[in-house]
Design a protein around this ligand. Structure first.
Ligand code: PMP
Length: 416
């Protein structure tokens, strides 16, 4: 082999699309952030320890004892029909009417993002997405060499006026975006929720521009204040691809999610999924079906909701108590995340090594944008640490930010 990196002699063989593949900020962080002395406010892992594990063990044993021959076998690419029916009952809680035949079971909603990107995106295609957006979705779009056009949000989610301006600009440029990617509920990473009025406005705007909407909704049932907003897919069944997941209402480790898509899209998605996994994991699907059919699962979701609400409260109170002036943050009404804007002049990515030294971890904001925004931002996830640890984490982080402010002021002073 004549050239190429000494570290990786195969560099010249990779497909061009691998250029869009970079290790996510979160992955790089995970290696150090999981040391016991560090309080990790970085990863968005659900608190699965709140599950009644002995009961789950019984469910798993029952699945194998009663349906072992099927649970340990291949199955159809669209997924288990019984689970697809049960999933329709879950979606009904957010106002969605769909039939088992409209649903495809996937290996987490992450696989859904990948196959959606695969069937729609050619290199250079445009995807419109919130600013900031879920890092895993950006990664999926980057793999297919798409360009992401970000649209601003405020505390009520995506701004319809900004979306209109972006769509009209793209139209003038003769570029037709392939879809709008949105997380309307308790958004990852911003923690904000799209208001009811804006849901209607965005649907109408997208319909006017013939723009497909990809509605990614893993946190929809984890609202802390009252019943959930109707899903976009509940307000219209046209032009929406809806993604759901068991990761946050049951287990992230079983890797079961689902998609509801219009008929033509559904067929393509099944073919794309079959090409990657042949079929979703039978054992996991049967366990999910068991959870939904023979377990008071809505009570379990309530347990999760109460637990995350307490952690959200601890996080917001600690931010209020410890953070210096000039910083601001969102106030999530559900889900896992608070999005922090640091005081002017502080770079969240440059600060991270100091935070790790100060024994606290977060995800810097730049990972949630495809265009280099987010330097002053960071994402805090309150889902995993106990409330007391959250308080301590924020106290530690505030000390790092305050130090950083002093250093920035001193450097400015010496330059003046
Ligand atoms: N979408 C969003 C917005 C997420 O936050 C996550 C997980 N963090 C996923 C999709 C992927 O979830 P899973 O594959 O576990 O269903």
């Amino acid at each position: 082999m004549s050239s190429g990196s000494r570290l990786d002699p195969f560099v010249e063989l990779y497909a061009a699309r691998t250029e869009g593949m970079t290790a996510s900020e979160i992955r790089a962080l995970f290696a150090v952030a999981n040391r016991p002395e560090i309080i990790n406010m970085g990863g968005g892992s659900p608190y699965v320890s709140a599950l009644p594990l002995e009961l789950v063990a019984e469910m798993a044993a029952k699945v194998i004892a009663e349906r072992g021959a099927q649970a340990l076998q291949y199955m159809g690419g669209q997924g288990d029909e019984r689970l697809r029916e049960l999933v329709c009952g879950v979606m009904a809680l957010e106002g969605i009417t769909a039939g088992a035949d409209d649903v495809i079971i996937t290996v987490g909603s992450q696989q859904a993002l990948d196959i959606i990107a695969r069937i729609f995106l050619d290199p250079g295609d445009v995807v419109v997405a919130e600013a900031p957006s879920y890092v895993g979705a950006l990664g999926a779009f980057a793999q297919y060499q798409a360009e992401v056009v970000h649209v601003a949000m405020d505390d009520d989610g995506l701004l319809p006026e900004e979306l209109r301006i972006s769509l009209e600009r793209l139209e003038r440029q003769g570029r037709r975006p392939k879809f709008l990617y949105t997380v309307p509920n308790y958004q990852n990473p911003a923690g904000v929720t799209l208001s009811r009025e804006r849901r209607e406005e965005i649907i109408e705007l997208c319909a006017r521009h013939d723009l497909l909407i990809v509605e990614d909704n893993p946190y929809g049932l984890l609202g802390f204040e009252g019943p959930p907003q109707p899903a976009l897919r509940a307000l219209t069944d046209e032009g929406i691809i809806y993604l759901g997941s068991f990761s946050k209402i049951f287990s992230s480790g079983i890797r079961v999610g689902w998609v509801v898509a219009p008929p033509g899209v559904k067929e393509k998605l099944i073919m794309a999924a079959e090409a990657t996994t042949l079929c979703p994991v039978a054992l996991s699907q049967f366990l999910a079906a068991e959870f939904l059919s023979n377990h008071p699962w809505e009570k379990q979701v309530e347990v999760f909701r109460d637990l995350y609400r307490t952690r959200r409260d601890a996080c917001l109170e600690a931010l209020e108590t410890f953070f210096p002036p000039g910083a601001s943050w969102t106030r999530p009404s559900g889900g896992f995340y608070v999005w922090v804007t640091l005081p002017e002049g502080i770079d969240a990515k440059a600060m991270l090594p100091r935070a790790i030294q100060g024994r606290v971890a977060y995800v810097p904001g730049t990972g949630f944008y495809a265009d280099g925004q987010g330097r002053r931002n960071l994402r805090l996830s309150y889902s995993l640490p106990e409330p007391e640890r959250i308080r301590e984490a924020i106290r530690r982080l505030a000390a790092v930010v305050t130090d950083e402010l002093e250093i920035t002021a001193a450097v400015r002073g010496s330059e003046a």
